[in-house]
Every structure is written in C-alpha cells, then in structure tokens.
Design a protein around this ligand. Structure first.
Ligand code: G3P
Length: 223
C-alpha cells in the first residue's frame, strides 16, 4: 500500500518524509491556499525535499474541458513524476479521457461513488481518489464505498490504483487497510496518529531505567 502525505506544508513534509517511507505528496487548491506561496514555487520546494523519484499530485482549477487540458499540461510539465488531479465532473472525465491518451498521469479526484471511480479508471486515470471522511460526514459509508471501488478496480484489472483521501482519524485508514486499499493519502496529524503510541515511549524509558539501575547511567550495549 502506498503511503502519501496530504499536505503542502514544507516543514511537515520535510520532517515526516525523513522518518516515513512516503510514496508521494498530494495537494489540492485548499491545501495550497493555506501555504500563501506561489503554486509553482511550492511544487518546486516540495520536489526539492522529496526528490525527483517521488510523485507529487497537484490539482487543476479549470472547469471546462479545453481549459482543464491546457492547465493539466502545464502542471504535468512542472517536474518528473507529476500527477495532475482532476475532479470527476463530466468536463473533468472528458479531459481525463483525452489527457490519458496523451500520456499525462492523472489522479481523478473528488470521487463520492464507486461508479465515478470506475468511470475515471476506465477513462485512463492512474489513481482514483474517493473522499472517505466527506462521505462519512453525510451519513454515507466512506469505507464501504472505497471497498467497492477497490474490488471493481482489481476485478476488472484496471491499470489504476484507489488512492483513498479525506481522513479524519487513523481508524478510517485501518479499516481501508483491512480491505486492501492500494494507496492512502493522509494529513500530518493522521500520519502521526498512525506512527506514535505513548506506551512505546513509556516502554523505552522503562528499558533505559532498568538498564541504568543495573549497569550505571549512560552505559550502553557497546560500552
Ligand atoms: O486532498 C483531498 C482530500 O484529502 C481532502 O480532504 O480533509 O479536506 O476532506 P478533506
């Protein structure tokens, strides 16, 4: 399963990508707007941190097919390993179909049903991104929708991965891992919730105390 960071905050990306084996960074217009930086500068900065082999996903703002195509080509050319996020409106789907033919890597986004994900995969998207928590927030079944989509993508053998997005807690991520989701993109707070446990820190303190009581303060296995 790919683990991707859903943030444009370069301090967080630096800190977390030093620790975790991340497989990419996703942004969207809301995420970029929080950073108060020029879009192209921000993508370059993220690229410097993660390196050219790690994909970055960034989203178009255009809503008409011809404009989406033009904007997607601009974003795609920003660096190696660039994925263009396109919302699955009817104009978006039309653009995904055309851009995929031209070899542009597409991440279809703002997906709220398995049908939309299926159609985007069929149009040639390399990733399809259903919004788990936004579905849960409207009393729909976010995890169930992703589960359906994973089954559809696997069953028909699409060259496409389900990239689950929009998380509020680590439990949603766990439930998707149980159903074999291909990729998740998580904000920094959820990456930390997956990574940290107070009992791990407590256990390490206890090991050191026990060791130092027996062998003296500051001693280690190698001295
Ligand atoms: O990047 C898209 C998605 O992750 C949005 O998440 O938390 O704004 O619903 P959220």
């Amino acid at each position: 399963m790919k683990l991707i960071l859903d943030t444009g905050n370069v301090e967080e990306i630096k800190l977390l990508s030093d620790i975790l084996p991340i497989d990419g960074v996703t942004t969207n217009p809301t995420i970029v707007s929080k950073e108060k930086k020029k879009f192209t500068d921000l993508i370059a900065e993220i690229g410097e941190i993660v390196g050219e082999d790690i994909p970055i996903h960034a989203q178009v703002l255009s809503t008409k097919c011809e404009d989406i195509i033009e904007e997607a080509q601009f974003i795609s050319a920003l660096r190696k390993n660039m994925y263009v996020k396109i919302p699955v409106t009817s104009e978006g789907l039309k653009a995904i179909k055309e851009l995929s033919k031209r070899g542009i890597n597409i991440t279809a986004t703002a997906i709220f049903t398995a049908h939309q994900g299926f159609l985007a995969a069929k149009a040639g998207a390399k990733f399809v991104a259903p919004y788990v928590n936004r579905l849960d927030n409207i009393s729909a079944d976010g995890v169930g929708t992703v589960n359906d989509l994973v089954q559809i993508i696997d069953q028909y053998g699409f060259d496409c991965e389900v990239l689950a997005a929009s998380f509020k807690n680590a439990q949603q991520v766990l439930e998707l891992m149980r159903c074999g989701v291909h990729s998740v993109t998580v904000p920094p707070d959820i990456a930390r919730a997956m990574m940290n446990h107070p009992l791990t820190d407590w256990s390490v303190d206890q090991f050191i105390k026990d060791w130092e009581n027996a062998f003296g303060k500051g001693s280690k296995t190698n001295n």
